[in-house]
Design a protein around this ligand. Sequence first.
Ligand code: ADP
Ligand code: MG
Length: 228
Amino acid sequence: MALIELKNLTKIYRLGDVDVPVLKGISLTINEGTLLALMGPSGGGKSTLMNILGFLDTLSGGQYLLDGRDVTSLSANERADLRNERIGFVFQNFNLLARTSALKNVLMPLEYAKHRQRAKEERAWAEHLLERVGLKERMDHHPSQMSGGQQQRVAIARALINRPKILFADEPTGNLDSKTSDEVMHMFQELNQKDGITIVLVTHSPEIGAFAKEAYHIKDGLVVDGTY
Ligand code: ADP
Ligand code: MG
C-alpha cells in the first residue's frame, strides 16, 4: 500500500531576485512498511525532498498524497499536527540539547503533542524507549557526556516518543565511524521489521544504502535510474 505518493513535485528557492529550482519534478511512491534509501550526490536535493515529505518545508508545485490524503496545501498548523502525530526525525548531527538529560531529551517532543498521557506514563514510555536503544543505564547522562553513537541512539528514542508511523533520517550515520554506523543501521532495521515503522533514510554511502529494501537515486533535482 502506498503510504506516500508524489506527483511531479517541484521546489524552487528564491535567492534575492533569482529563482533556484532545486527539485524539478519528482514522482515516486513509498510503500507502507518499507525501509527506503534516498541516495545520490551531495547537492542533488535529498534533504530538501525529505524536509518536504516531513512537513518541515513546503513544496512549490506538484502533489503530495500521504495515506491517500492530499496534503499538498495544508496550513502551517495542519502540517505541524501531522508532523507530531505521524512522523519522527533523526538528523546527522543529532540535534539534542547538550546539557539536558537523555530522558528529558526523549520526552521533549511531547511538549508539542496534542494528546498527553499522565506524566508517569510518559516517563515510563520514554524509559522503555531508552532501554530499547540500549541506554537504560545512561538515562540521566547528558548528551555532552556521550559518544556520537550513544547520542544518535538518544535521538532515535526521541524520534519514537510519539509512536510515529514514519521515521525520516537524514544522513543518520554521517558523523559516526563504520562500526557505530552498523549498530545504528541494525537498530533501524529492527524498528522496520519488528515494529513495522516505515523508514526513509538519506545517505550517499553505498554501505548504508545496502541496509535498505529499496532505493531512489536523486540527482540534480530528479529521480534517476540505478546508481550514480
Ligand atoms: P542534498 O541533501 O542532496 O545534498 P540539498 O537538498 O541539501 O541536497 O540541496 C539541494 C540544492 O538546494 C543545493 O544546491 C542547495 O544549495 C540548495 N538549497 C538547499 N536549501 C536551500 C535554501 N534554503 N535556499 C536556497 N538554496 C537551497
Ligand atoms: Mg543533505
